[in-house]
Design a protein around this ligand. Structure first.
Ligand code: ZN
Ligand code: MN
Length: 266
């Protein structure tokens, strides 16, 4: 049976919820420029691909994604002024996250994993979860447990050395960098323009933000929207990272929700 909730009939979904108390993954992504070489869907499709693989392994479900994220910031995503990026106001994203959690809870779901694919979403997710839990508590639903996972936080020191042998540039600068490019080469090679990989040095940002976000206010922002070079990206590195994320996240989710004997396999 498919792990995609959206492909199930409501009757099959309802039966699974009642019989198995399944974990449900929800990606919170973004529609954001990722340089000239990657599609704008990276922050949604990468965590969703990881969630689907984990879900197959542990008997979980994957809900439809929240595809729009919080506004791209210059020092972590190039900025919200770049064409193609579609973002939500914070209150709308927080409300959407809260509504989706409350709807899943109404179905009887008590185990939710929010898969965060976009750095700027972090605190919006924390707030959406907090508001949902507050409402649910008032409705008498107290046995619900929610995880937030930034998949990239499952990168081990060994993988870091293998993927960035010349040194890791920081997660903020990795926007459209070696990690995302490699993962996309592994998962969706037809969407990667391998002939356009940025080769410029890492963005040299000041230690502060300037608003409004414009090209004029940010002369140190690379004009292609990528914050770092990705010429050392490869599908092999993407597979290494993908396998590591699936393994690590399956293990963490199994442990947090006390699932029994489900997360084996390499
Ligand atoms: Zn991204
Ligand atoms: Mn992003």
């Amino acid at each position: 049976m498919t792990v995609r909730m959206t492909e199930l009939s409501w009757t099959d979904y309802d039966r699974k919820v009642r019989d198995e108390n399944p974990v449900v993954f929800v990606t919170v992504g973004s529609h954001e420029q990722h340089g000239p070489h990657l599609p704008m869907c990276c922050d949604e499709v990468i965590p969703t691909a990881i969630a689907e693989k984990v879900a197959e392994r542990i008997g979980a479900l994957v809900a439809p994604s929240i595809v729009f994220g919080y506004k791209s910031q210059v020092r972590s995503g190039g900025g919200n002024h770049i064409p193609g990026t579609i973002s939500l106001d914070a209150a709308n994203l927080i409300g959407t996250i809260k509504d989706v959690i409350c709807e899943l809870a109404r179905h009887g779901i008590r185990r939710v994993v929010l898969m965060d694919g976009h750095y700027e979403n972090t605190m919006m997710i924390a707030e959406g979860v907090d508001l949902a839990l507050r409402d649910l508590r008032r409705d008498g639903i107290t046995e619900i447990k929610i995880m937030r996972i930034g998949y990239y936080e499952f990168t081990s020191p060994d993988a870091e050395k293998a993927v960035w042998p010349d040194g890791f540039p920081t997660w903020a600068l990795e926007h459209a960098g070696v990690m995302e490019t490699s993962l996309m080469m592994h998962l969706y090679p037809e969407l990667v323009h391998a002939d356009r990989l940025p080769s410029h040095p890492p963005a040299d940002f000041p230690p502060y933000d300037v608003f409004p976000m414009t090209w004029e206010n940010w002369p140190s922002l690379p004009k292609d929207g990528a914050l770092v070079a990705s010429t050392t990206a490869s599908a092999a590195k993407g597979k290494l990272l993908f396998d590591e994320y699936v393994q690590g996240i399956a293990k963490a989710v199994t442990a947090e929700f006390g699932l029994k004997g489900t997360a084996q396999g390499g």
